[in-house]
Structure formats: C-alpha cells, structure tokens
Design a protein around this ligand. Sequence first.
Ligand code: COA
Length: 159
Amino acid sequence: MNIVVERYVGEITKNICKLLLSADPDQQAVNRYLKKSSIFVAKVDKPQQEVIGVAVLLIQEKNTELKNIAVQINWQKQGVAKQLIQTVIQFSKALNCKSLTVGTGNSSLDQLALYQKCGFRITEVIPDFFANYSQPIIENGIQCIDMIKLTLPFLDKKV
Ligand SMILES: CC(C)(COP(=O)(O)OP(=O)(O)OC[C@H]1O[C@@H](n2cnc3c(N)ncnc32)[C@H](O)[C@@H]1OP(=O)(O)O)[C@@H](O)C(=O)NCCC(=O)NCCS
C-alpha cells in the first residue's frame, strides 16, 4: 500500500480532528495553533485517499515547532510518524530554519523514543507544565506532569 505525505490546506474533517485530539486533548489549544500552522497529512491511496496521519507545524522566525503529530491506531508502528517527521524536517530546512522543536510529556515514553530515533535531543524541561490539567494524564503508569522539549538542529553545511 502506498503512503503519501503532503501539505494539506483543506477543511479540518472529523477524521483529522479526532487524530489531533488523540495527541492533544486540549481542543481550545488545538484550535489556537491550527490557525497559525501548516498541516501535513499521510494518506493511503486505497480505498479512497484516506487520511491516516497528521502533523501540525508552527513556523516561527528561525525555528519550526511540531505542535501535533498523530497516526490512526491501526496504522501505528509502521513508520508513518517517521515519514511525517521527515517531511516536516525537509519543509523546515527549505524555509532556512535553524531547528525544529517538539514538546511532549514526561510519561510519553513511545513519543520520546520516536523523536530521539529521528535525531532530536532533549534541550529543556518545563516542570509542572501539565500539573494543573483538570483530568490527570497517566501513561505507562506514570503521571504526566512535566513538559520535555526536544530539538533537532539543522547543521549549517558551510565550512
Ligand atoms: C506517537 C505516534 C505518532 C507514533 O506514530 P507511529 O506511526 O506509530 O510511529 P512510527 O511507526 O513512525 O515509529 C517510529 C519509531 O518510533 C518508535 N515507536 C513508535 N511507537 C512505539 C511504541 N509504542 N513503543 C516503542 N517505540 C515506538 C518505533 O520504535 C519506531 O522506530 P523504529 O522504526 O526504529 O522501529 C502514534 O503512536 C500516535 O499517534 N500516538 C497518539 C498521539 C500522540 O501521542 N502523539 C504525540 C504527541 S507528543
């Protein structure tokens, strides 16, 4: 099955919305950053160009930030997130950005593995970032309290 990753400029469908909320349950925050971001989708060609993954990239002056990434559960662990991340890296480099950052929770062990496998390094910890969420988030038996920021610097190739 052929998976294509491309920029998306259409409306936020229910399917895309569900994916975004699986990564970030804060609907208001999602709405806020969507307005200012570029959206990328992973699609399978059969049966009908179904969207199976999404990534949201916020472009700042010299830096881009991956605000959201999610893959449909039945398509996970098949490299789709890696493909989305490779596309946002190429897009960020083409804009001459210096780095790509991403934030995740201390309990998001799979996500921490994914980002480090893609070359990101931990660059900052924001203590208590998630501490006041109305519903405590528990993953892998760990409460999500702190935000872990990871950065992928784009090396300047000039000698
Ligand atoms: C996190 C998420 C986007 C990963 O998507 P994915 O398509 O399954 O990831 P990939 O298949 O591209 O995996 C890439 C790497 O991450 C690692 N990885 C992914 N899921 C993993 C898991 N459950 N356990 C351990 N490692 C995992 C894999 O080892 C893989 O490396 P490999 O190619 O060397 O095997 C997906 O699980 C998801 O949508 N989760 C819910 C939303 C979410 O949490 N988003 C991130 C918010 S910070």
